[in-house]
Design a binder for this molecule. Structure first.
Ligand SMILES: [Zn+2]
Length: 288
């Protein structure tokens, strides 16, 4: 299966128009430079891509789409997408939701806020879901919940581990109570997968909040996070306004959560693929 056509269209500084094909079949990747927003180093597009979309100088993480994330971990040509065609509808007639869905599809190049499928890592098969911040900030609606639930059910039938990469602003308010119901629905499928003795690894990225954080993002057997990711239920601004107290530095960041025991490990992006491969191997993964 040729995966090239599945990449979403360019929409950020790293993927955008400056790197146009010059018509010779070659791109000007090496010559084009960007300034890292964090350390101000000048970076080439190719250099950043080779560093798994992080700054080689300071480890600043550029945004990465759900699909690129999966391909970053998967063995070459091993990604087999599942439930690719499922799309949300405006089920409760929420004002302007139809237009928001159209905009999100255009912006992300995806039909919904999560991409699911089957891959191999180090030739060991597993299921994977990856949320996309470009689709309404990875919010969880009925289709996101249904796709992840169906993926866990598939993984349980196939006796496969699941790797989940989360990024989310929480439940999708445009679907009202139906979006909140997804928390319970996905959790039920996670429990059945767990009861079958199967491994579920979560990797939380910046930000993982709201109903996603309060359900399947925190239900992994092993819970990993990217450095400095915001992880919490209510956001820090809401908490600060409610408590009327200044929050400590690093509040709700991965490093603080690691100290409190909510997160098992923090894994740099450049090391994630090998880390996941080792986890699969340690938990009985067998190369196909
Ligand atoms: Zn940098």
């Amino acid at each position: 299966m040729n995966l090239r056509g599945l990449f979403k269209s360019a929409d950020n500084v790293l993927e955008g128009s400056p790197n146009k094909n010059d018509g010779t079949g070659k791109t000007e990747e090496k010559s084009y430079v960007y300034e890292c927003p964090n350390c101000k180093s000048m970076l080439t597009r190719q250099g950043v891509r080779e560093h798994d979309y992080s700054c080689p100088e300071c480890d600043y993480y550029f945004h990465i789409s759900a699909r690129k994330r999966i391909l970053m971990y998967a063995d070459s040509k091993s990604f087999d997408e599942l439930m690719a065609g499922v799309e949300s509808e405006n089920i409760i007639g929420f004002p302007e939701y139809d237009q928001k869905l159209l905009d999100a599809r255009k912006k992300s190049g995806e039909k919904e806020g999560v991409v699911c499928g089957r891959i191999t890592i180090g030739k060991m098969p597993c299921c994977i879901f990856s949320m996309d911040a470009n689709f309404m900030m990875g919010s969880m609606g009925t289709v996101v919940g249904e796709k992840i639930t169906a993926l866990f059910e598939y993984a349980t039938r196939q006796q496969l581990p699941v790797i989940g990469v989360t990024v989310s602003g929480g439940a999708r308010m445009q679907e009202g109570m139906l979006s909140l119901l997804q928390m319970a629905k996905v959790s039920g499928a996670v429990k059945k997968h767990s009861d079958a003795g199967l491994l579920y690894v979560v990797l939380m990225t910046n930000p993982t909040t709201g109903g996603v954080e309060a359900s399947f993002a925190m239900e992994g057997d092993i819970i990993l996070a990217e450095p400095n990711a915001l992880i919490g239920f209510a956001g820090p601004r809401v908490i600060q306004q409610t408590l009327k107290k200044k929050l400590p530095k690093g509040f709700q960041r991965s490093e603080a959560l690691l100290k409190c025991g909510f997160v098992d490990d923090i894994v740099r992006r450049i090391e994630q693929r090998e880390y996941l491969e080792q986890l699969l191997l340690l938990h009985g993964g067998r190369a196909q």
